[in-house]
Design a protein around this ligand. Structure first.
Ligand code: NAD
Length: 487
């Protein structure tokens, strides 16, 4: 960052933009301007492509072991600067420091470390054939574009860049215009760790900058974390040049709590899966289906514990609920709460904006619980992306599964039961990319992460991601004669 103006990071340095347009980056908790951000236009996109092209030549010529060593160093730098980066993330995103300090930077570093370790093991196969053999090689795609959402800005930048770089690609990353700060820091860290200039570039800007990147014919792949509508638009644009896509999109996930569940654990999971990061998590279990036998007991514990959650300045160590990302988003969330009331859902806790103790200049909303919800309510059908939980009653396993699956989304799901057979039977039937049994929202780097249906295409994390950032080439080697019927 150069003083108060944040510029795009291209070819190993911040470059002054040619575009006159800037936007103000606000702290969601205070409304204060953190910096001005230059919007990348066509000249910056071309410059980033040129830098990435040069970076790719150098980087892809290195061995996986060499790349891994450098990436490992980047992970170490991230960990060493955990507090500083966490604070920056809090200012930019409004999430509580108690979360950012243990999750955001660490999970980014975990990811870089993991793919640093895999880089040397990327390989093809050998196929023995009759008087011949064939082999495959796994090759990088070239220039990949990463486009991020604003809820986990640094983590998303790491989850996309780590596998891309480990496989030998170059990346141009465009963070959300609401959270531009930490991806730029990641670029600095990659440079410090020894990643050659141009291998990881950050283009600042809004949807227009993103569109230009997606349209560019030299870009081989686009990985988006964002909403379903943006995913569809990007896929349509990417189709024009037949680019590969990975789509991590929205959801309206269900948690099923059976009567034999450990109630305290299930309540903990429902709270974590609705109120962590002020509810701004794509996988959140915003539809909590509770069996009728334990419905009242579940609600009692849930209401009691949710009432104790501390909303406040995200920089305070004991704050548990921070600020929503923007004024517009807060209005949208409050609009859904009003809709829930109008639709006849029973408001048990929260429901209001918080403006006491100087919080009025930020975007704070109370953690909110609706009970007695019905499947057709807007709060049950649509992604709210805020601290709003809908609780629904069920009596039969088959009914709960059918209702959980009755959505266009398919990102995540959860099952709470002590019955092993039921847990796996239900998990097998839920149409979601991820299903947690007796926990929720845990995303270890070893486990593939991705959505089904309109929640996404492809995965992040785990070994499978190597397939998404490489292309397979086959080579056939003849050891005999060409079988030729011609004279
Ligand atoms: P968004 O779709 O509005 O924007 C995401 C990114 O796409 C931004 O960087 C934006 O500038 C860019 N963009 C928008 N239109 C574009 C276009 N036509 N071409 C190129 N780029 C474009 O999403 P958001 O509001 O930033 O994030 C919230 C959404 O993200 C929610 O729906 C949430 O569920 C989803 N999300 C999904 C995951 C996941 O892993 N599945 C994780 C986090 C967030």
């Amino acid at each position: 960052m150069t003083s108060q103006v944040l510029r795009s990071y291209i070819g190993g340095a911040y470059v002054p933009g040619t575009a006159a347009e800037k936007f103000a980056n606000l702290n969601p908790a205070t409304g204060q301007v953190l910096c001005e951000v230059e919007i990348a236009g066509a000249p910056e996109v071309e410059r980033a492509i040129e830098a990435a092209r040069a970076g790719f030549l150098l980087w892809s010529a290195m061995t996986g072991a060499e790349r891994g060593r450098i990436l490992y160093k980047a992970a170490q730098i991230l960990r060493a600067r955990n507090r500083e980066l966490a604070e920056l993330e809090v200012q930019d995103s409004g999430k509580p420091i108690q979360e950012a300090e243990v999750v955001d930077v660490a999970s980014g570093a975990d990811c870089i470390e993991y793919f640093a370790g895999l880089a040397a093991s990327i390989h093809g196969h050998h196929y023995g054939l009759k008087n011949a053999f064939a082999y495959t090689t796994r090759e990088p795609l070239g220039i990949c574009v990463g486009i991020g959402a604003w809820n986990y800005p640094l983590q998303i930048a790491c989850w996309k860049s780590a596998p891309a770089l480990a496989c030998g690609n170059a990346m141009i990353f465009k963070p959300s215009d609401l959270t531009p700060l930490t991806a730029a820091k990641l670029a600095e860290i990659y440079t410090e760790a020894g990643v050659p200039d141009g291998v990881f570039n950050v283009l600042q800007g809004d949807a227009r900058s993103g569109r230009m990147l997606v349209a560019h014919p030299e870009v081989a792949k686009v990985s988006l974390t964002g909403s379903v509508e943006t995913g569809k638009a990007i896929m349509a644009d990417a189709a024009k040049t037949l680019k590969r896509v990975t789509m991590e999109l929205g959801g309206k996930s269900a948690l099923l709590v059976f009567p034999d569940a450990d109630l305290k654990q299930a309540v903990s999971a429902a709270m974590l899966g609705n109120f962590y990061t002020q509810g701004e998590i794509c996988t959140n279990c915003t539809r909590v289906f509770v069996h009728t036998d334990i419905y009242d007991a579940f609600l009692e514990q849930l209401v009691e514990r949710t009432g104790k959650l501390r909303v406040g300045d995200p920089m305070h160590a004991d704050t548990q609920i921070g600020a929503l990302i923007s004024r517009g988003h807060m209005e949208r969330v409050l609009g859904y709460i009003a809709k829930g009331v109008a639709e006849g859902a029973r408001l048990l806790v929260g429901g209001k904006r918080v403006s006491r103790d100087g919080l009025a200049s930020g975007n704070f909303v109370e953690p909110t619980i609706f009970a007695d919800c019905h499947d057709e309510m807007a709060i049950v059908r649509e992604e709210i992306f805020g601290p709003v939980m809908s609780v629904l009653r069920f009596s039969e396993e088959t009914e709960a599964v059918a209702r959980a699956n009755n959505t266009r989304f398919g990102l995540a799901a959860g099952v709470f039961t002590r019955d092993l057979a039921r847990a796996h039977r239900v998990a097998a039937q839920l149409k979601s990319g991820v299903c947690w049994i007796n926990n929720y929202n845990i995303t270890p780097i070893e486990m593939p992460f991705g959505g089904m249906r309109e929640s996404g295409i492809g995965h992040e994390n785990s070994q499978v991601t190597i397939d998404y950032y490489t292309q397979l080439r086959s080579v056939y080697v003849e050891l005999g004669d060409v079988a030729c019927p011609y004279e």
